[in-house]
Design a protein around this ligand. Sequence first.
Ligand SMILES: Nc1ncnc2c1ncn2[C@@H]1O[C@H](COP(=O)(O)OP(=O)(O)OP(=O)(O)O)[C@@H](O)[C@H]1O
Ligand SMILES: [Mg+2]
Length: 283
Amino acid sequence: MVSQDTPRPSNPIQVPVHHITTGPQQPSAEEPIVEVEGLNAWYGHFHTLKDINLRIPRRRITAIIGPSGCGKSTFIRCLNRMHELVPGARVEGKVLFEGQDIYDPQVDPVEVRTRIGMVFQKPNPFPKSVFENVAFGLRIHGYRGNLREAVERSLKAAALWDEVKDKLHQNALRLSGGQQQRLCIARTIAIEPEVILMDEPCSALDPIATLKIEDLMRELTQRYTIVIVTHNMQQAARVSDYTAVMMMDEDRGGRIVEFGPTREVFTNPKDPRTEAYITGRIG
Ligand SMILES: Nc1ncnc2c1ncn2[C@@H]1O[C@H](COP(=O)(O)OP(=O)(O)OP(=O)(O)O)[C@@H](O)[C@H]1O
Ligand SMILES: [Mg+2]
């Protein structure tokens, strides 16, 4: 794993130091790292996300599930200020990260994206060497430690080191899809984010590579909070601690209709739409 003593990039969002809670608890009892309050999002005049409220527990995996087009990707892009990169897109409401609203005008969105990283659906390594893919982010964040060691640490943390240690200078595009996705995870964790957002990270992978990423996710929760969008119900049930279910209203606006411990959501859903969705009757 990435060592605890790696210097973190300077941090303009001043955050209180929280004590970490461990053990299985109800969501209300778990300490949240991100609290979404009254979040609404638009693309131009299209009101895409409506009144989203969610507390994302620290060092847990939270899955976001729901039918295609209900706003899952839009929602997680609002969690690290990527939504606003789309021309005409807009957000209202609060996303408190360690108690501070990331939409506060004082907050630097680039810094937010450093602390809340994102892994995309399609592995997107740079057309550079394996080593450079991981070193690049460290360099642009002014990393002053030993770069080789930091790259090795990140590749080990992403469960990729053994497969690439003899080809660090080979082009990353020659790796398999599953290896490329783990490289993207290594690149994300190299800069030590606190939260990792994953938008269908396994949808381009075979079942074996998928299981490797899922094992890796469980491993990463020792240090990181993960929010994963997935269409794969088995994956949500296998890997996540909590599940949020999103649905569209009659105007195609996305809302969260249910949130709770994954086991409860899957075995004893409170909302009939959740049951219909997980049993394949909606979506
Ligand atoms: N760049 C964009 N400009 C305009 N509308 C968009 C844009 N991206 C997404 N939308 C619309 O916002 C809504 C939510 O899209 P989003 O991609 O967040 O859904 P999703 O739940 O991730 O779907 P999927 O499961 O298919 O990935 C959809 O109606 C979509 O057409
Ligand atoms: Mg999506």
